[in-house]
Design a protein around this ligand. Structure first.
Ligand code: SF4
Ligand code: SF4
Length: 340
């Protein structure tokens, strides 16, 4: 898969163990939202609309580690809200590294430079910085000027200090293929990020601006145009080739939301990171008592326009591991490289 070799190995081993045990549903990446408060208010965000009381609730480090133990996923993706405003985020990160969990800290980058001197690079730690476009487009999507420059400065400093850095780009209706091309070339050739992730925006009903979301046919057309640029072969994605082909409409897949279970300040969220049908107290209840077959494309109207990695990348990873040829293709795709 399009992730670093050590993580790919951990995920492959995990899947094989689950298959040997005869488990039908098992997590690959735990989405952890230890807070929902954020220092931004992006136009397409579906996470920051909670009451002030809920926004003031933070999970403790022990609750974060216990959730990971309960779930057993080899990869933890800490999102939010903005994880770097959690007062104990350093302790949470270090605790996961001690437990040998592969950790992706998903940040808008505003506080990255402040946190870096307090952390050590590790093969278990990746900062995933949210970048939706070059300066003008990104600042428009996050609704604040200066955020792009701050995030870029954070990425440069993280790279200088030896941290692994990837980026996460959400493609919205306002993001033209040409703008994405310019961004991906900048991230690869100028910032030299270790990898990139890309996903279409999910049409959160509560997002402040509903006009930013693409419908599924438009998403597919946009991704076709983005991946048709000749520089595509230099772009390193921390995602499987199968998932990227799905975005272009070359492959059909069904969502496996149980592959990316979400633990929030309110408990385990059903059924996924994007859609909220309530919370349960334990991972066991989530995995065994959720009616998973009710969700996904063609099953629930709220899934119609979802092509997000939290629903479909787990499907793609399983397909990759099931096929040796796909495994080789995935390994090659992570190499990317500089433009000639
Ligand atoms: S940075 Fe993330 S959590 Fe914060 S407002 Fe933007 S999309 Fe929402
Ligand atoms: S398709 Fe899957 S990930 Fe997307 S909203 Fe539906 S259940 Fe969630």
């Amino acid at each position: 898969m399009g992730i670093p070799a050590s993580e790919a190995f951990a995920v492959s081993t995990h899947i094989l163990k689950q298959r040997i045990k005869g488990n039908k549903r098992y997590p690959l990446v735990m989405m952890l939202e230890p807070l929902w408060r954020c220092n931004l208010a992006c136009v397409g965000c579906g996470k920051i609309q909670h009451s002030e009381e809920i926004l003031g609730t933070y999970m403790s480090p022990q609750e974060c580690w216990d959730a990971a133990d309960e779930c057993g996923a080899p990869i933890i993706s800490i999102a939010g809200g903005e994880p770097l405003i959690h007062p104990q985020i350093g302790e949470i990160i270090n605790g996961f590294i001690e437990r040998k969990k592969f950790l992706h800290v998903c940040t808008n980058g505003l506080l990255l430079e402040r946190w870096l001197p307090r952390l050590e690079p590790s093969k278990y730690l990746t900062f995933t910085v949210h970048i939706d476009g070059m300066r003008e487009l990104h600042d428009e999507m996050v609704d604040r000027k200066g955020v792009f420059d701050k995030a870029v400065a954070g990425i440069r400093e993280a790279k200088r200090r030896g941290f692994r850095v990837s980026t996460n780009t959400t493609v919205f209706a306002d993001s033209s293929p040409e703008q994405m091309r310019e961004l991906f070339n900048f991230l690869m050739d100028d910032l030299d990020v270790d990898g990139m992730q890309v996903s279409p925006g999910y049409d959160y009903p509560k997002a402040p601006n509903q006009k930013v979301f693409l419908q599924r046919p438009q998403m597919i057309e946009t991704f076709r145009q983005i991946f048709a640029f000749p520089e595509r072969k230099h772009w390193r994605f921390f995602q499987t080739p199968i998932f990227l082909e799905f975005l272009e409409g070359k492959t059909a897949m069904q969502c496996t939301a149980w592959g990316n279970p979400t633990r929030t300040v309110m408990g385990w969220q059903r059924p996924c990171y994007l859609m909220n049908e309530g919370y349960v107290k334990t991972f066991d209840e989530l995995i065994n008592e959720t009616e998973w077959d009710r969700y996904g494309y063609g099953r629930d109207s709220r899934c119609t326009n979802c092509m997000a990695h939290c629903g479909y990348e787990a499907t793609a990873v399983k397909a990759t591991i099931a096929s040796p040829l796909e495994g080789v293709r995935a390994a090659i795709s992570t190499m990317g490289g500089k433009k000639a």
